[in-house]
Design a protein around this ligand. Structure first.
Ligand SMILES: [Zn+2]
Length: 211
């Protein structure tokens, strides 16, 4: 069930509510913004961090915490993304790949993952995975991607990571490309229009209903 809430002030995409979860939020200046645009803004704001040698350990602890919360030690959980490759500059976000047999099972994990601090973020553009995030402030930001562990997407993500781990030159090339892309996004930053009133109210209504 998708309930219409409004449109993103940056890109015009539809903001909707799915089982009490929104695919966007109110930004600091009280305009409605989709999570894709929100993340793009974050990319512009957040500097790349030098590689932190404690990232693998941060992931390992988080994996244990998740498995403990779910009570099933057999769930495949992998560290992916730039923080999983040694010596890469990266946004300080730990990306976690979480394997399921069938993507439809993801709804079973919304509640236990919320107890581990993860919020489900519906993303209509995602067909083969489901996105969760956790912001702790002090101990870091975690993005969790539920994906079918026997899928080509799973395999590609792991393969890509493993390749960069053992090919530092390719890892550095990937790092340069990301810097260039980050620069390009910065230049394309759109001017945000301001449409407040009804959208804010519908968000608040849903938030209270959810709370
Ligand atoms: Zn948007």
């Amino acid at each position: 069930m998708h309930e219409y809430v409004g449109t993103c002030n940056a890109c015009g995409t539809t903001i909707y509510c799915e089982n009490g979860f929104l695919n966007g939020e109110l930004s600091e200046n009280n305009t409605l913004i989709c999570f894709s645009c929100d993340e793009r803004n974050l990319k512009n704001r957040v500097q790349l961090s030098p590689y932190q040698s404690n990232w693998p350990e941060t992931f390992a602890k988080e994996k244990n915490a998740i498995l403990h919360n779910l009570g099933d030690p057999t769930i495949p959980i992998e560290h992916i993304g730039s923080t999983s490759v040694p010596n890469l500059q990266a946004k300080p976000i730990i990306d976690i790949l979480f394997g399921v047999e069938n993507l439809d099972e993801f709804t079973h994990y919304i509640h236990p993952l919320s107890q581990a601090g993860y919020a489900y973020v519906p993303k209509p553009e995602l067909r083969t995975r489901r996105f969760f995030k956790k912001d702790t402030g002090t101990s870091g930001t975690f993005h969790l991607h539920i994906c079918e562990w026997n899928s080509s997407e799973w395999d590609e993500k792991i393969t890509f990571r493993d390749y960069l781990r053992v090919n530092p030159q390719s890892a550095k090339a990937y790092e340069s490309l990301k810097k260039q892309l980050a620069e390009a996004y910065r230049e394309e930053r759109s001017v945000y229009t301001k449409e407040k009133g009804p959208f804010i109210q519908s968000i608040l209504n849903l938030a209270y209903k959810k709370g």
